[in-house]
Design a protein around this ligand. Sequence first.
Ligand code: 5GP
Ligand code: SF4
Ligand code: MG
Length: 463
Amino acid sequence: CGIFGAIGMPDAANFVALGLHALQHRGQEAGGIVSYQPEPGFSSVRRFGYVRDNFTNPSVMAQLPGKIACGHVRYSTSGSKGAAIRDVQPLFAEFAMGGCAIAHNGNLTNADALKESLIERGSIFQSSSDTECIIHLMARSMARSIPERMKDALRLVEGAFSVIAMTRTKLIGVRDPRGVRPLMLGKVGEKGWVLASETCALDIIGAEYVREIEPGEMVICTEGGIESSHPFDKAKPKFCVFEHVYFSRPDSMIGGRSVYETRRQIGVELAREAPVDADLVCPVPDSGTPAAIGYSQESGIPYAMGIIRNQYMGRTFIEPTTEIRNMGVRLKLNVNRALIRGKRVILVDDSVVRGTTSRKIKEMILDAGAAEVHFRIASPPTQWPCFYGVDTPDRENLLAATMTEDQMCAHLGVDSLKFISLDGLYRATGEKGRAKEPQYCDACFSGDYPVKPSDMVAKGRIK
Ligand code: 5GP
Ligand code: SF4
Ligand code: MG
């Protein structure tokens, strides 16, 4: 998901709409914005579909007045898949000390257990979203202020959370102790502050990048300034390495490093680790593009656009059902036949999950008369599900969990298939390699879960 918040600027909701538009790649199912102005109080609009279709309409934006606002774009990883407007964030609750809206990116790994015990003690849930646990835990806290109640609540949840919350006067940003999901702080003019999942959302409104919220940090932004605290027990940072590979936008900066450059470098590493004689290096657009550029530069094999993407389609993987996904691949990508015919082609993509995309693309490329097809993948084999906010399927549906590399190669029917190594991936992010205590979360590749996914263990979905 993508989250964005703004305080200290007139019509803050307009900035939030723009910020969410820049974060649309992080979630396309639905979006919502909450704003506050003394009269009429808190206002909220939550809709299915793209930001540009809902939050550009002047009559919608007129319903969101005020100098403080926050919003969310949804990509469902917990709760009901697909249509349920009650699951669309920001969630909102009235406490004795005033209202509070919450937008959450990540996934809580003990939400089922928390929910069960909260319901036993009288909480009435309105959504199927894990995020709602935070609100009920806040309601049970005896602390006197909303930020203190949030701290109490967030100390009881496990898993990944970057949260943006707002009250009548405060914009609050928090990252879980491991900082699995990103959260950035920006400044607008003298008194304006913004919080955003990625720096590309600061750029779109011309905000100045200030810094990242640290793992385990809570910041409270008011028109008077910002206040920082570290309410959690300290933990080893475990930023999601897959943000570098796929999730973030290539024009964003993470840890002072350009995501584009990291992806290009993955291609360079991949060319060193898995060279092959061929005529063309082609990306599977758009997610494979920077790595394909790196592969081409390092190998000296010409880069070419062998597959053309229809710019009017969203990310296929993000659509919730397999039928839609299958259809989506054909709607979205087409082969540049004139270029491909008779050529030995290296195809670079970011990941193989179910293998749906790679299989379809291989068929299209061979149909177009390619002489050979070699797949090079910019991440290690995805062997484990993510429980921290990326929607990977159960293990049995992960191609790499059930097959060896050779079996996958045969299954996809390609001439060769190679994945970047974990060490190669770490090198591309600027590390020397994967340390004994890994610098990132890489659980979907390694099975080393930095936070025990306790709900899933209880359900027997994982040991
Ligand atoms: P597959 O078709 O193998 O199931 O999925 C891999 C494709 O899905 C890649 O082209 C990748 O760009 C895309 N993709 C979109 N969203 C995600 C996601 O959340 N995780 C992963 N691993 N791949 C995704
Ligand atoms: Fe990121 Fe994979 Fe860890 Fe999920 S399991 S947080 S996708 S590295
Ligand atoms: Mg892709």
